[in-house]
Design a protein around this ligand. Structure first.
Ligand SMILES: C[C@](O)(CO)[C@H](O)COP(=O)(O)OP(=O)(O)OC[C@H]1O[C@@H](n2ccc(N)nc2=O)[C@H](O)[C@@H]1O
Ligand SMILES: Nc1ncnc2c1ncn2[C@@H]1O[C@H](COP(=O)(O)OP(=O)(O)OP(=O)(O)O)[C@@H](O)[C@H]1O
Length: 309
């Protein structure tokens, strides 16, 4: 019997970036928001001694590494090692999340593989342990387990679920080609040095969540959320990919009430006032020629969960 897990992509509605720490990470005030665009990971039993094998389908499948570096395979091996069992499993990733797009696609697959293998191997691992294993895999992986809306502190792995009312409507403009997350953080540091503010954690204050943004989420107020959207990595992503400025402008011209680069980019995220407006913004963005494609979706949605039925 196979187990299929559905897992959401994320957009960061606030990404406050502190200074560079001694361990190479940055302290964040990271408000994650899970959206209905997502991947599915299916775990199928494999014969003893087979180890972890992988396949991937979807529009960006060619860009997904199928070797040991794949976060889904790493997750399966980490969970098996934690329980002292063999990681014999075949994982299939049905990929819909843009690769290297700033929407945490690889992290999502890591979280989904943890949940899928835990169910397949009937391990019953407590959620707290799954969250700790997820943090070992990457800063964005714990949130993909949790879903909804959450504040991530530390390097993004220390999570606190946030209250949210209703549904928000989003459009994602997918670029041709990805951006490397470490390269974007590095460019953020370089721009800070260039501006003379310094870039280490002794120069830059630890960021905090914006109360106006938290109130907008709790109140279910899209206009207030649109006004509060911020991403400290946006100038770095724009510096590495100047063409994104035209994408952001095209979405705003098409009627989006808020626009920002998603995480480390290059995907751009647009908030719309309702579902109908989101469809119109997506159509206008696709027609604008400033992105590869644009997709309307909504959120928040739950984190990685076994698909039933
Ligand atoms: C940009 C975001 O997607 C926003 O949610 C995340 O901060 C990135 O999370 P991620 O892709 O899971 O990143 P990780 O795999 O943990 O780290 C990759 C690299 O990104 C940089 N990194 C990541 C997280 C963080 N808080 N500070 C960093 O400087 C580091 O160079 C690190 O070596
Ligand atoms: N299952 C996976 N799916 C996609 N990429 C993966 C996967 N496992 C490892 N990777 C590697 O991770 C890199 C980043 O891909 P990913 O789609 O996670 O980027 P991202 O969305 O920008 O990440 P984040 O938003 O967490 O910074 C890819 O270039 C790829 O080499």
């Amino acid at each position: 019997m196979s187990v299929t897990v559905r897992v959401p992509a994320k957009v960061n509605v606030q990404l406050g970036v502190g200074g560079l720490r001694g361990d190479g990470f940055h302290d964040l005030a990271n408000v994650f928001f899970a959206v209905a665009l997502g991947d599915e990971v299916t775990a199928t039993p494999a014969a003893p001694g087979t180890g972890t094998t992988l396949t991937c389908t979807g529009p960006d499948a060619g860009q997904v590494p199928l070797d040991d570096s794949n976060l889904a395979a790493r997750a399966a091996r980490l969970l098996a090692a934690h329980h002292g069992i063999e990681p014999d499993v075949h994982l299939h990733i049905a990929k819909d999340i843009p690769v290297a797009g700033g929407m945490a696609g690889g992290s999502a697959d890591g979280a989904a593989a943890l949940v899928a293998c835990d169910a397949l191997w009937a391990l019953g691992t407590p959620q707290e342990t799954l969250l700790a294993l997820a943090a070992e895999l990457g800063s964005d992986v714990p949130f993909a387990l949790l879903g909804g809306v959450a504040l991530g502190r530390g390097r993004g792995e220390i999570l606190e679920a946030l209250p949210v009312t209703g549904t928000f409507h989003w459009v994602f403009a997918v670029a041709d080609g990805g951006l490397s997350t470490p390269a974007v953080f590095h460019e953020c540091d370089r721009l800070r040095e260039e501006a003379g503010t310094g870039s280490t954690d002794t120069d830059v204050p630890t960021p905090d969540a914006d109360p106006a943004l938290l109130a907008a989420l709790a109140d279910g107020d899209p206009a207030a959320l649109a006004a509060a959207l911020t991403n400290d990595l946006q100038s770095a992503a724009l510096s590495l990919r100047p063409a994104l400025a035209a994408t952001l402008a095209a979405g705003t011209e098409a009627g989006a009430i808020g626009a920002l680069v998603s995480g480390s980019g290059p995907t751009c995220a647009f908030l719309a006032k309702d579902a109908e407006a989101a469809e119109a913004v997506a159509a206008a963005l696709t027609a604008s020629g400033t992105c590869r494609t644009a997709r309307a979706t909504h959120g928040p949605v739950p984190g990685a969960a076994v698909r039933t039925g």
